[in-house]
Design a protein around this ligand. Structure first.
Ligand SMILES: *[C@@H]1O[C@H](CO)[C@@H](O)[C@H](O)[C@H]1NC(C)=O
Ligand SMILES: *[C@@H]1O[C@H](CO)[C@@H](O)[C@H](O)[C@H]1NC(C)=O
Ligand SMILES: *[C@@H]1O[C@H](CO)[C@@H](O)[C@H](O)[C@H]1NC(C)=O
Length: 422
């Protein structure tokens, strides 16, 4: 968004309006001008990839679908206008020089300034690994490794990194989601005020518990699981969210992957000391995952909860979280919509759960996405896990279409497993 005033001035103006009942409001104009322009295809998609893929698809309907998905990439590509980098103080957008793909619908950009205070699950090194594997271009590793090391330091510094003490006193460095933010999220300001009120906490002014609630909400957004009952102390109410007290199994799995990727990249580049350092960090984290997070009782990794005395392992997957039929089920609903835990499935949960050879899950996923696309002409963000061809529901906002990760996962699975509508 382009603001007509600087952010600091705007915040002061809003505070002044709140403080004085009859404050002479500053004449805030409607945002003028657009920070984003469509960037068209702009080199982000690769027509040769489309040709290669289409040749492997015998079904003309599926071939047409793949072509449509490539067209959608073009429509989802954006570039910032130069003014964003020249007048940073009047935009809520971070200035980035290159074109990028937006998810779609209400998510028209992915680079808000609030990402200075929170991140997203750390999958950067995994993306670089995929590109390197496909291209074998060492310059990719050389160019990206410094930023990946910075990202690793970010996730392994306090307050994101904490020491967890195991049952026999072993100490492990593990990480958690922890946003540097104690206010309502700018993108969900009203919702966060409302959650504080429902929790019976003061908002004007907020007290320490209110600020903690807002930090836990922002940290839940950082996790990408906004909002799963996984983060709720009572397993039901968003008001009991305690994201920062949980040591998440998946986050530590991502970090293990990052540490192994860094060691592999260092090996490719001949940086032996760096490789050894990260092999050791990976070995430590693997031991933490196997010792603290793994449960022999149900053969699952569980999240841990921080307590003043250490950590306890009592949260994690509920029976409903297990795969149902051929679908992969996650609970992403908040309390108001908790009636059907299977109604709503984030696409990456499906795509990530398709190990090589898992034809059945891939076909199930492609069938449901294709059926919805054939019916509505839309690519949705999430899907019902129990019924073919139904978009997902529930959560903080209405299901949206576009959609970056669905298009990517569909093309990827089509390429790996093939797909036919007959
Ligand atoms: C945890 O990490 C810190 C630095 O971030 C390091 O000094 C310490 O030795 C690590 N502890 C363990 C148990 O690995
Ligand atoms: C957000 O992070 C910036 C530094 O990146 C810091 O200066 C600012 O105080 C943080 N904002 C809040 C609300 O904590
Ligand atoms: C929290 O959940 C309980 C059920 O465990 C429910 O009775 C209660 O109404 C919920 N509280 C709020 C504020 O929604």
């Amino acid at each position: 968004m382009r603001l007509t005033l600087g952010l600091a001035l705007l915040a002061a103006a809003i505070a002044a309006v709140g403080a004085q009942e009859n404050a002479a409001c500053m004449p805030l104009q409607q945002p003028s001008g657009q920070a984003l322009k469509a960037a068209g295809d702009n080199g982000i998609t690769n027509p040769a990839l489309l040709d290669t893929l289409v040749k492997t698809l015998p079904d003309p309907a599926v071939r047409q679908w793949a072509n449509d998905l490539f067209d959608i990439w073009g429509r989802l590509t954006r570039q910032l206008i130069p003014d964003v980098s020249q007048n940073t103080q009047i935009y809520t957008m971070l200035p980035v020089p290159n074109p990028f793909v937006v998810p779609g619908a209400r998510f028209r950009e992915s680079i808000r300034t609030y990402y200075l205070n929170r991140s997203q699950p750390p999958l950067y090194s995994a993306m670089v690994a995929i590109v390197y594997e496909a291209t074998q271009d060492l310059s990719i590793l050389r160019n990206h490794l410094p930023a990946i090391l910075l990202e690793h330091a970010y996730w392994t510094s306090p307050p994101k990194q904490v020491v967890a003490v195991g049952p026999t006193g072993q100490r492990y460095n593990v990480s958690r989601y922890y946003a540097r933010w104690q206010q309502p999220r700018p993108e969900s300001y009203i919702e966060d005020l409302e959650t504080a009120r429902k929790a019976g906490l003061p908002t004007d002014p907020p007290d320490a518990d209110t600020q903690q609630l807002w930090r836990d909400l922002a940290s839940g957004a950082e996790s990408g699981w906004d909002y799963s009952t996984r983060w709720f102390a009572d397993g039901e109410n968003l008001t009991t969210i305690r994201t920062t007290k949980i040591l998440p199994a998946d986050l530590n799995g991502y970090l293990l992957q990052m540490e192994e990727n860094i060691a592999d990249f260092a090996a490719e580049l001949g940086c032996t000391a760096l490789e050894q350092q990260y092999r050791q960090l990976a070995a430590n984290r693997r031991e933490a995952l196997n010792t603290l997070f793994w449960s022999n009782d149900d053969s699952q990794w569980h999240d841990l909860v921080c307590t003043p005395a250490g950590v306890e392992g009592n949260v994690g997957s509920t029976p409903e979280d297990q795969a149902v039929q051929d679908g992969i089920v996650t609970r992403v609903c908040n309390v108001e919509q908790l009636t059907d835990p299977f109604a709503s499935n984030w696409v990456p949960m499906w795509a990530g759960a398709v190990p090589a050879g898992s034809m059945q899950i891939a076909q199930r996923f492609l069938s449901t996405v294709y059926a919805t696309y054939a019916e509505t002409g839309r690519m949705y963000e999430k899907f019902n896990a129990e019924q073919i061809g139904i978009p997902g529901g529930g959560g903080e906002y209405e299901v949206v279409d576009g959609f970056g990760w669905t298009n990517g996962a569909s093309l990827d699975l089509m390429q790996r497993f093939g797909f036919s509508t007959t």
